[in-house]
Design a binder for this molecule. Structure first.
Ligand code: ZN
Ligand code: ZN
Ligand code: FE
Length: 727
């Protein structure tokens, strides 16, 4: 007989780990005990040597699917007088353990919910140790019912029995509930039937807009097959053109809307249930849902969604918020704020403690390519090779995020949004405090962007802690390096909209050579004048005008008077080398569009409209202060003077950017340093795919993002990586 004390660290709370240990112990005739503590699970096992060995062998192999074992430490102990295996109450203490993300309903729960003979038939809050809400309901750790928003619901005797029964799938399932004891739905609207769900479905069928409370926030929903309803939603929400995501009943329904690869299907059905951007079956179809060639699709991820989808097989699901504010989570706020948008409300009385938006990604080469990493993924940390305790990186400004280090973990914030409004910044600060409390984080070193006017920079300076400011594109580069475990001199290709440069001008098409400590700017593009500053980011016709004047081929885009005034601004304008701006301007130029509705619309439409051609425009470069610049004026001149369809021109422009990138790389990276691709413009799939392909053909080692977004949401990780080396 031997007795071992085992400490298991990782994601081992809230995922059915102790019940699993209990069953495993029983199977191997082992006695002892298990309990959660602040660092994970402590396990004492006592039994015959072979049994103990078998137990230890099977432990990592058979661990619950959502657990993640980081380490197992074993010490020998004197024998105890045990004759059974018991689960003990959690010990509270210093908070150090991880928390599981929210998980979509497991198949067992779905089957029960749809089985008329089951006592949870039709119950929209069914869950078990393998599925259900986690991060969004947790208030404190250890992860026990009393520390979640389920605290207000006292389990009935049947639920309590399941909770205590080792053989039951709900053994120690903290959000366990049934219709007799758990959360309930309520409906507010015009329908008069008794059942809230039936009422909401009736509204949806009538083309109405219903606010539906989900897991991490409230959605506005309407029938995705009813163009009139969709237009009404767009109008009321002031979201005229921005694409809307569609929740579909199942994969077969998804295939009516989009083409699905095997990899995309896998992402859709994963327990994280993100919105997956897929190519529409027909580029011109479903324009009212998305004006571009892609459509965001997601599968139901709460039991309530599944019940809804039994009757409505495709619903528009868009975050319920007021312009630029974070998604609503509170019932009363929703009833007030959405009264002119939603026709009715399907809400419930389980409080959402932590706001968590839907994650948004696409598939790239069999791996997720994040645009927004949130529900289903947070708060699982990334791991770091070094101890990064005490580093708090505050991110950028648009797509605000933070990264907070502790031990070898990087805790990344959920989706926050652009830090343009007080509400969004409050959400940011609340998420910071929540993380601090849940993971017992401390800040000894602050990192922020170089930009003097970012909200995060001002916030950083107010904290009276040691501060490091990191150049925006260096942070993009470091973010991609850290994800890919690169700790050597690298070549960064960073294409985005805007970032404050070391020379105090605005950068955005950068070729950098560097490591975490230092970098050198070796390549960029000729600067683009922004007529009237930030106004040009919205009114992209101004960029087209500037591009054309600078290329000696002025185009008439505004009426004469305005055009004249704008021309006078040229010499005094702010200049930028932003790739996003070049896309904005080029799109405006070939389509004669004066303004875009939202940031990023023009580049997406340009990618979307492009025909298939290998043609490109001539390349032109010049050197200044040892930096090699791409001169776009040749390209603009050709585009203005040629007679080609805009679809061909869009493709030629992207091909030119690809050729330019290859040419710059050949000139500026002769030593074949590993290449990292980052920045928001790498959301352009054509650019990403072709640049990766071409560079690999040339025997370069190329790396891209698979764990955080290439856009500014990923900046915080890069800031943290840099601070870790500079401290
Ligand atoms: Zn389940
Ligand atoms: Zn119950
Ligand atoms: Fe950026």
């Amino acid at each position: 007989m031997i007795h071992l004390k085992i400490r298991i660290q990782g994601i081992v709370q809230g995922v059915g780990f102790r019940p699993f240990l209990h069953r495993l112990a029983k199977a191997h005739h082992i006695s002892g005990t298990a309990y959660n503590d602040s660092k994970g699970v402590i396990l004492h096992i006592q039994g015959h040597k072979e049994d103990v060995q078998d137990f230890l062998k099977e432990l990592p192999q058979k661990a619950p699917c959502h657990s993640k074992i980081e380490s197992i430490d074993t010490t020998k102990q004197p024998l105890e007088n045990w004759n059974s295996f018991t689960i003990q109450e959690s010990k509270s203490g210093i908070h150090q353990t991880l928390i599981s993300p929210d998980m979509a309903p497991c198949q067992d729960c779905v089957n029960e919910m749809l089985d008329p003979k089951n006592r949870r038939f039709g119950y929209p809050f069914i869950n078990c140790t393998n599925c259900g809400p986690r991060y969004t309901i947790v208030k404190d750790i250890p992860y026990d019912r009393k520390n979640t928003t389920m605290k207000e619901f006292t389990m009935c005797s049947l639920c309590q029995q399941e909770y205590e029964d080792l053989q039951d799938r709900r053994y120690h399932a903290q959000p366990n509930a049934c219709a007799n004891c758990g959360p309930t739905l309520f409906y507010q609207g015009e329908q008069k039937k008794g059942d809230p769900l039936e009422n909401a479905i009736q509204d949806l069928k009538e083309g109405k807009i219903v606010a539906i409370k989900g897991i991490g926030g409230i959605h506005l929903a309407c029938d995705a097959r009813d163009p009139k309803a969709i237009l009404r939603l767009r109008k009321r929400k002031h979201r005229e053109t921005k694409p809307l995501a569609v929740m579909v009943k199942d994969i077969d329904t998804a295939k009516e809307f989009v083409q699905l690869s095997v990899d995309e299907e896998k992402l859709l059905i994963s327990t994280q249930r993100p919105i997956v951007l897929c190519a529409k079956k027909n580029k011109e179809a479903y324009k009212e849902l998305s004006e571009n060639k892609n459509l965001g699709i997601l599968l139901p991820y709460s039991p309530l969604h599944i019940l809804l989808m039994e009757k409505m097989d495709a619903l528009v699901m868009t975050s319920a918020n007021l312009s630029d504010a974070p998604v609503l989570i509170d019932n009363n706020e929703a009833l007030e704020d959405l009264k002119h948008i939603a026709d009715s409300f399907l809400l419930h009385n389980r409080t959402i403690e932590n706001r968590c938006d839907d994650s948004l990604l696409r598939n790239f080469q069999g791996k997720p390519y994040f645009i927004r990493r949130s529900r289903g993924y947070v708060p699982i940390p990334l791991s770091s090779k070094t101890d990064i305790t005490g580093i708090l990186a505050l991110g950028a400004h648009q797509k605000g995020s933070f990264a907070w280090g502790k031990d070898h973990y990087v805790f990344l914030s959920p989706y926050i949004g652009d830090l343009e409004t007080i509400e969004t910044f409050n959400h940011y600060k609340k998420a910071l405090h929540t993380y601090q409390r849940l993971f017992d984080l401390e800040a000894r070193q602050i990192v922020c962007d170089l930009h003097p006017d970012y909200t995060t920079t001002r916030f950083a300076k107010s904290l009276s802690l040691p501060l490091i400011q990191v150049q925006h594109h260096h942070a993009h580069m470091a973010s991609c390096m850290m994800e890919n475990n690169l700790d050597e001199l690298c070549f960064g290709i960073l294409f985005d909209g805007t970032g404050f440069g070391s020379d105090h001008t605005i950068w955005g098409s950068e070729f950098l050579i560097g490591d975490y400590t230092n970098f050198k700017r070796v390549g960029s593009i000729k600067q683009i004048p922004l007529l009237g500053g930030d106004k040009a980011i919205h009114e992209i016709g101004r960029i087209a005008l500037a591009l054309s004047i600078e290329s000696n081929c002025e185009i008439p885009i505004f009426e004469t008077g305005k055009q004249k005034i704008l021309k006078q601004m040229l010499s005094k304008s702010i200049q930028t080398s932003g790739m996003g701006r070049l896309f904005d301007g080029f799109y405006a130029l070939i389509t004669h569009t004066k303004a875009q509705d939202y940031d990023g619309q023009a580049p997406v439409l340009l990618e979307s409209m492009a025909a298939t051609t290998t043609e490109s425009y001539p390349l032109c470069f010049y050197e200044e202060n040892n930096i090699r610049f791409f001169d776009w004026s040749e390209m603009i001149h050709y585009a203005v003077t040629e007679t080609k369809a805009p679809e061909i021109q869009a493709a030629k422009m992207m091909n030119t950017i690809i050729e330019m990138t290859i040419d710059q790389t050949l000139h500026l990276n002769p030593k074949h340093l590993p290449i990292v691709l980052s920045g928001g413009c790498f959301q352009n799939q054509y650019l990403l795919k072709e640049i990766v392909h071409r560079l690999q053909e040339l025997q370069y080692r190329v790396y891209w993002h698979t764990q955080v977004s290439c856009n500014d949401e990923g900046i915080a990780l890069g800031q943290l990586a840099i601070a870790q080396k500079r401290m």
